[in-house]
Design a protein around this ligand. Sequence first.
Ligand code: CA
Ligand code: CA
Length: 110
Amino acid sequence: MPSVRKVVDKINKACVEHNGKLKFVEFLAVVIEKRLEKVDILNPMQNEELQEIFDMIDVDHDGSITRDELVKVASGSGSGIDEKEVLELFSLFDTNGDGVVNFDEFKALM
Ligand SMILES: [Ca+2]
Ligand SMILES: [Ca+2]
């Protein structure tokens, strides 16, 4: 998926520009790298931290992340990711393909 690689570059650039304050964007980059490169994460995030990020994306707090929510948060994060790219990323998150990402799926990404 070469376009996803491009998204990772964008995200990494955004992280540098925002001085590492974009926790969610940083998380995205880690997950994508792991899924695409099959690398082990040296410092996986703790449950608490993951929950914090999950809640950030789960705007209506119904316990699952929809495409719309991810698009809203990702495109509002200053990362420069556009909607099409977010939708591509969504399929990496939604491992069982039911159209939403729950916390178990989210956790399993780490
Ligand atoms: Ca939700
Ligand atoms: Ca799912």
